[in-house]
Structures are given as C-alpha cells and as structure tokens.
Design a protein around this ligand. Structure first.
Ligand SMILES: Cc1ncc(COP(=O)(O)O)c(C=O)c1O
Length: 386
C-alpha cells in the first residue's frame, strides 16, 4: 500500500457520504479547519495586486524566506538568513529536493518504520533505496543510534527523522537528538529533519535537531512548511534550509522545473507566519484535548492498545489483540478499518499503509464534536462484538 491508499480510504468515506451515510472521517492527514481568514484575505489582496502577477525569484519571496529563517533561528538558537532558505511547493517537495541534492544512484536512506509513506516515495523518486529502521511502541517509537546501526550499510547516505512523526507522534528528546546527530556525523550521513509537525507537541517544548546538536549544521537539512500548522495543506508552501550547496541545488532544480512557487500562495504564507497566531494556538489546544479524549476512549475498547502520542495529529493504536481474539472475523488491520467504516461509519487508515499491519491511524485534527461522536460510535460497534 502507498500514500495513495490514504487518499483511497478518504475517497471511499467521501463516497459513502455522497450516498447519504453520515461518515466521520478520521482518515485524513490534515486539519479539518479552514485556512484562517487573515491568511485568505492576504491571498485575495495579493491576487488583486499586479506585483504578484509576474515572474518572481526562483528562491521564493525574500520576506517569506526571512520569516522562515527567523523561525528557524528561534527554534535552533543559530543564525539563519533568507539566503539559507529555498521556498518549495510544500514540505514534500522540500524533501524531494533535499534528497536529490545529496543522493547518488542506489544510495541508501534510513527511514523509520512505521513511518509516513511519503518518505519512501521521496527516496525512491530521488533514485535512492529505503532502509527501514524498525521502531517499537515499547520504545515510544523512537529510533536510537543502536537501531540506526542495524540499518546502516556502506551505502547509507542520509537518515530522515520526523519529530513529531506520522503516524506515530513520537517526539525526540533533546539528548536522543544529540546522540543521533553524533551518530550521523560519525558515519558521514546526512540528517533530514522533517519538522512539519513541530507546532503540534503537547507535553513540552519541541526541540529541533539543530537545537540539540548545532555541530551537525553542515550535515543537516531542515524541511518544514505551513500545511499542518496553519491549515494550509492545499496551498502547497514549504521550505528547505541547509548548507549553501544544498540550497543552491534546490534553487537550480526549482528554477529549471517549476520556475518558482506561485507568488499568491507565498503571500498567504507570509501572513500565516507573520500574522495572528491565535488560530494556531487554538488548534493546538483543541488537538491536545482531542488526543486525550481519543486515547482514553480507545484504551477502554477490548483488544485495542493506544499509546498516547506526544505530538502530531494522529493516534496509532495496536489492534493486534483484537485480531487475535477474532481470527474468524479479521486477518488484518485493513479488515478492521473496513469494519469500522461499515459498522460505525468512522474512517481510519489501516496500519498497512505505514508498514504496521497491526495498527490503525486515526486523525484527531477535527472538531471535538466529531471526536466525541466517533468515540460513541466506536463504543457501540465494539458492543456488538462477542
Ligand atoms: C511526516 C510528513 N512530512 C511531510 C508531509 C507533507 O507535508 P506538505 O503538505 O507540506 O507537503 C506530511 C504530510 O502528511 C507528513 O506527514
């Protein structure tokens, strides 16, 4: 299964909705809020301004690059300038450009498993090979230098680390980030820090890798964007920050392919970063409460074991015990997800998508009403099981 399977499940849920079934979708990988009004207003202003109607710089609007640099300076405690930033078509594009900049043919990239299939896709598209780093619930789904050692080969060129991650929501503590950075420096491996969920950390501050290990600056590429934090997944704005050679490579690629990221969406992203941050703070508060509601409720269901994620937008319960109890009914998490959709009209993503066949992923970046209703439906569906 691939990233497309997530879209397929969302589409199936949408199809049921179109037939009049009231489906609650916890399958999407994005906040269900509209983009904040100040951001859409900034886009409307830009659309009416001829200055945004012509070609712009391939690197991105200077103001947006500066804002991304400032954000990174605050997060890392290191100096960053607009020149260190390349604006991209979302974080996925930034990942692709980062990998293309550092990978040679058939080189290996280490990626956590369970993990987001987009990381696999980006590695393969850049001509690399994925080597999985198995991470386990009992280790809070965290990779360590020891697990990285097991995946290391003579051809390992990079490791991708998302903190918080998708689907597991693991947040890397500072000391572990420092150890992983030292491991990467020792083995001459690039670190790609995927910080797309950095605004959604619930039990303490977020630490980005370079804050923990400034010494890794020449070996680290940070990718991020406005998609999740500012409810802007459809606007496609991200960025890459890294050493000059990597940024120059990304600049050339953007210049020769897409020319530049559309100026109107860049103007919207400027407002998202520089304008009123209350929508983000409100979203974070709501998602934290939703995370707790959903985790607690799932743990009351027989056969479900749901670790409380420290960050991100998803819970990732194990259904292994449920499958073991009902071998006559189900053989995989995909079967359970299909049953939930049909019986409870709640859409979840089967763990197979993330190489975790005994899990489900449920997104809590929805309204609290939707979470409460989903919980009631799940409880009712489980009552029918004997
Ligand atoms: C870990 C991770 N990185 C990157 C992305 C892509 O973000 P964007 O929409 O900015 O391309 C996602 C989207 O789901 C993600 O989960």
């Amino acid at each position: 299964m691939s990233d497309n399977a997530i879209l397929a499940i969302s589409a199936r849920a949408a199809e049921l909705c179109a037939q009049g079934t009231d489906v609650i979708s916890l399958a999407a990988g994005e906040p269900d809020l509209p983009t904040p009004a100040n951001v859409t207003a900034a886009a409307a202003r830009a659309a009416a301004d001829p200055a945004y109607h012509r070609y712009g710089s391939a690197a991105g609007l200077p103001e947006l690059r500066s804002l991304a640099a400032d954000r990174l300076a605050t997060a890392t405690g290191l100096p960053w300038n607009a020149e260190d930033i390349q604006i991209t078509l979302g974080t996925k594009h930034a990942l692709a450009l980062a990998l293309q900049a550092v990978l040679g043919p058939d080189e290996d990239v280490l990626v956590t498993s369970p993990g987001w299939p987009g990381h696999h896709g980006a590695v393969q598209a850049a001509g690399g090979r994925v080597r999985s780093i198995p991470v386990r619930a009992e280790d809070r789904f965290l990779a360590t230098p020891q697990t990285l050692d097991l995946a290391l080969t003579g051809r390992t060129r990079a490791v991708i680390l998302a903190s918080p991650g998708n689907p597991v929501g693991a947040v890397y503590p500072r000391e572990l980030l420092a150890d992983i950075a030292d491991w990467a420096l020792r083995h001459d491996v690039w670190i790609i820090a995927d910080d797309i969920y950095d605004q959604f950390v619930y039990d303490g501050p977020h630490t980005t890798l370079l804050a923990a290990a400034p010494r890794a600056r020449d070996r680290c590429i940070v990718v991020n964007g406005v998609s999740k934090a500012h409810a802007m997944t459809g606007w496609r704005i991200g960025w890459l920050a890294g050493p000059a050679s990597v940024v120059a490579h990304a600049f050339r690629n953007v210049s020769q392919t897409i020319t530049h990221v559309p100026l109107i969406t860049q103007a919207a992203a400027i407002e998202a970063l520089a304008g009123d941050q209350r929508p983000l703070h409100e979203a974070r508060t709501r998602y934290r409460a939703n995370r707790d509601l959903l985790t607690d409720a799932l743990n009351t269901l027989p056969g479900i074991d749901c670790p409380r994620p420290s960050g991100g937008l998803y819970v990732f319960p194990s259904v292994a015990a449920l499958l073991a109890r009902h071998p006559e009914r189900w053989t995989s998490a995909a079967d359970v997800a299909a049953w939930l959709l049909d019986t409870a009209h709640v859409a979840a993503v089967p763990g197979e998508v993330f190489h975790a066949p005994n899990h489900l992923r449920l997104c809590f970046a929805v309204s609290d009403t939707a979470v409460r209703e989903a919980i009631q439906r799940l409880c009712r569906a489980f009552e029918t099981l004997t």
